[in-house]
Design a binder for this molecule. Structure first.
Ligand SMILES: Nc1ncnc2c1ncn2[C@@H]1O[C@H](COP(=O)(O)OP(=O)(O)OP(=O)(O)O)[C@@H](O)[C@H]1O
Length: 252
């Protein structure tokens, strides 16, 4: 199965199905994302975008099929510092009295080395990431005391701090004001020019739109379009009229 090209692919999803609560939420997804690509994952509410993203970062198990990151199956993948992930919401910090600084610094800690001391380079990286999202003056504040958009900016800083090769973003700028979206888009653009791969779920790409070079449109747990971004909406609509095999769940 393994070829010499596998590690050149940042993300490889083969025949992936995911079962949540007895319901097949993803069905037979195939997706290959080369290093350096900037991919938007689009689709209606409930189409499976977050489920796909969570499975790619190892938060949900596959019922069938496989996900590989940089050629390694996710259950065996250990190089999490190569991956920056911004979840849809800050649920990870719920009830935990973490400060802005602590949450951002957690982006530098691999899952295996939670208590490794930070060096000067790490501290500088945290300062830089805080500056990018304009939260440096709030570093000592509890994340729970921030507004939703401010919390999202902290999560963005956490994902950027390790300067990952692969950024996986689930509606990263939902609730974030336009000026901050622009700052974030600029930060991502700068990384893309250095070869960073980006996979981003979004309903409203905003300033990120210009960065996208490929769209993947999901509908009812399947990929219904994968190609150039500007044709994606039309194509998804056309394809929808042919999804007669859908069992009917999720029909609004
Ligand atoms: N824990 C769960 N148990 C059962 N079903 C779930 C669970 N989490 C999500 N689902 C279902 O899986 C489907 C896909 O959800 P998902 O969050 O992946 O959609 P999405 O495309 O990200 O939607 P949105 O645009 O609203 O964020 C939905 O029908 C949802 O109800």
């Amino acid at each position: 199965m393994t070829s010499e090209n596998d590690s050149a692919r940042a993300v490889q999803v083969d025949d992936l199905s995911v079962d949540l609560g007895g319901r097949l939420v993803l069905r037979g997804i195939d997706l290959r994302i080369r290093q350096g690509e900037v991919v938007a994952v689009l689709g209606t509410n409930g189409s499976g975008k977050s489920t796909l993203i969570k499975t790619v970062v190892g938060l949900l198990p596959a019922a069938r099929g496989e996900v590989r990151l940089f050629g390694t199956p996710v259950p065996r993948f250990r190089e999490w510092r190569r991956v920056g992930y911004v979840p849809q919401r800050i649920t990870a910090a719920g009830g935990v009295p973490a400060t802005v600084y602590e949450v951002v610094s957690s982006g530098l800690l691999s899952k295996r080395r939670m208590f490794a001391p930070l060096g000067a380079a790490g501290k500088q990286a945290i300062e830089d990431a805080l500056e990018v999202v304009d939260m440096a003056d709030r570093r000592k504040d509890a994340v729970a005391e921030l507004s939703g958009g401010q919390q999202q900016r902290v999560l963005i800083a956490r994902a950027l701090v390790s300067d990952p090769e692969l950024l996986i973003l689930d509606e990263p700028t939902a609730g974030v004001d336009l000026a901050s979206q622009q700052i974030f888009a600029d930060a991502v653009r700068e990384r893309v020019t250095r070869g960073t791969t980006v996979v981003m779920v979004s309903h409203d790409l905003g300033p990120m739109d210009a960065l996208i070079d490929r769209s993947v449109v999901m509908r009812r747990g399947r990929v219904v379009y994968d190609g150039p971004p500007h044709a994606s909406q039309t194509h998804a609509h056309v394809h929808h009229s042919h999804t007669d095999d859908d069992p009917g769940w999720l029909t609004s």
